[in-house]
Design a protein. Structure first.
Length: 72
């Protein structure tokens, strides 16, 4: 898998994932709502940790910075 998530997007996904898991746990949602929040939060954290999002690949989105050749 090649990187298709930039650093800023990875941080945003991590924060969003933690928030969603917290909402699922603390918000008193019905069981189905809590499970959905847990799953979406876990997927956000997983994709941030790996640096690859299959949905972005499907739509051709790439926010990972390109590597430039060193000048010298």
């Amino acid at each position: 898998m090649t990187c298709n998530l930039g650093n800023v997007e990875r941080v945003i996904r991590t924060v969003l994932g933690v928030i969603l898991i917290g909402v699922g746990y603390f918000a008193g949602l019905p069981t189905v709502g809590a499970i959905v929040a847990y799953l979406v939060g876990a997927v956000a954290i997983l994709t941030a940790a790996v640096g690859f999002c299959p949905a972005w690949k499907l739509f051709g989105i790439n926010t990972c910075p390109t590597k430039t050749a060193a000048k010298g």
